[in-house]
Design a protein around this ligand. Structure first.
Ligand SMILES: Cc1ncc(COP(=O)(O)O)c(C=O)c1O
Length: 399
């Protein structure tokens, strides 16, 4: 049996829309992108969604909005030490400084108790990550943010479909960044999207994705050079407003083909989400028997996990290494991925920030002992049982 890590569903509707876009010759950002943004905002339950080139850009552009609201380059953003490296990269790409906080080993998410210790007069935002789709402890995080006048940006890249106390991930802070890469529940192949209830933030995001353009009219923010700009003469007869740039921007637009894949994907979103959730919860419910050697995350009564992938952490009691487990799973046909790393101490690029091994013990432990495996919609009960039986057999041989 083969258990690949991820999959993508390209529906008949996506193929029809792609064909239509190709026929119309209108391929850069346009009608489909607008429609995808509208539908995504409705799904999350927010006023605005701004589609971008990647989930990393979604993080970076949401952070760059802060520069319009008083943040200076170099100001600080609090993030968990453990995440996919894009979270830390994005803070630097936005011109800000990542301040790392260790994670809770049970939830894999930022430890809320440790956040206030790192807040300084230069802190501007907290960016929690809902790792593996498990919502971060948002009530505590929002309370801390309110007390210190900080913006909260969710890194919801892996949290499509997650709910926290009845609200969707993506609607739990001031802004949220989703990845739409193929590994995720809603995908545009490559892509990202920021959700927010703040129309002013959305306007800045539209400018940021289009090089920092001044004009907010559709043809300018979409960079459709041949289109007529309604505000063209605002700066005077001879000035082309499409070439006036109010802020340092990015080039991060989604194209019509990507939006077509996403629109088709949204049609089957409920089926995909339900199937993945069924797989994830079945695996979590049946995982207890692997303690004390292996653990995964648990589900609280007030949350629904966005079923991204199943994390597995090898515990101190185990008499085997991660490499041994990974080799066995891979040989049995089960794809695995490491459970990321402690960005400040296990990712070389962040070395210049001066952190040392031991500063983030939980993130580092997971970085050395964690893996994750797929729970996607092409898998069913038979495949989940195969995963459980394979782990069982491995443990019997390594007791
Ligand atoms: C937590 C997290 N943040 C950000 C990203 C970046 O998304 P992308 O790969 O679309 O740039 C990812 C990627 O999956 C992620 O897992």
């Amino acid at each position: 049996m083969k258990i690949p890590f991820g999959t993508i569903t390209v529906t008949k509707k996506s193929k029809e829309l792609i064909e239509h876009a190709l026929q119309s010759n209108r391929l850069s950002s346009g009608r489909y992108v607008r429609e995808f943004e509208k539908r995504f905002a409705e799904l999350v339950g927010v006023k605005e969604a701004v589609a971008l080139g990647s989930g990393t850009d979604a993080d970076a552009l949401a952070l760059a909005v802060l520069l319009d609201y008083g943040a200076k380059r170099g100001d600080e953003v609090v993030i968990p030490a453990l995440s996919f490296v894009a979270t830390g990269n994005a803070v630097l790409q936005a011109g800000l400084t990542p301040i790392f906080v260790d994670v809770d080993r049970k939830t894999l998410n930022i430890d809320p108790v440790k956040i206030e210790d790192v807040i300084t007069t230069n802190t501007r935002a907290i960016m929690p990550v809902h790792l593996m789709g498990k919502p971060a402890e948002m009530d505590t995080i929002n309370d801390i943010a309110k007390k210190h006048n900080l913006i909260v940006i969710e890194d919801a890249a892996e949290a499509h479909g997650a709910l926290y106390k009845g609200k969707s991930a993506g609607a739990l802070g001031d802004m949220a960044a989703f990845s739409l890469y193929v590994a995720h529940i809603i995908s545009t192949v490559e892509g990202g999207i920021v959700t927010t209830n703040n129309p002013d933030f959305a306007e800045v995001l539209r400018s940021l994705r289009s090089h920092g353009r001044a004009c907010k009219c559709e043809s300018c923010v979409l960079n459709t050079a041949s289109a007529y700009c309604a505000k063209r003469f605002r700066y005077g007869e001879n000035e082309d407003i499409r070439f006036i740039f109010e802020r340092i921007g990015f080039s991060s637009k989604m194209n019509e083909l990507e939006a077509a894949v996403g629109l088709g994907n949204l049609e089957v979103y409920d089926d995909i989400l339900n199937k993945r959730r069924e797989n994830m919860y079945y695996l979590i419910e049946n995982f207890g028997r692997f303690a004390p050697c292996l653990v995964t995350i648990g589900k609280e009564t007030y949350e629904e996990i966005g079923p991204h992938a199943l994390p597995i952490i090898i515990q101190e009691k185990a008499k085997f290494t991660r490499t041994q487990l990974v080799n066995y799973l891979e040989k049995s046909g089960i794809d695995t991925r490491n459970l990321f790393s402690s960005m400040p101490t296990q990712c070389h690029g962040f070395g210049y920030l001066g952190h040392k091994i031991g500063d983030f013990p939980n993130a580092e432990y997971i970085g050395e002992n964690g893996i994750h495996i797929g729970v996607h919609q092409d898998l069913g009960r038979k495949e989940c049982d195969f995963i459980l039986n394979t782990i069982e057999k491995f443990l019997q041989n390594h007791a």
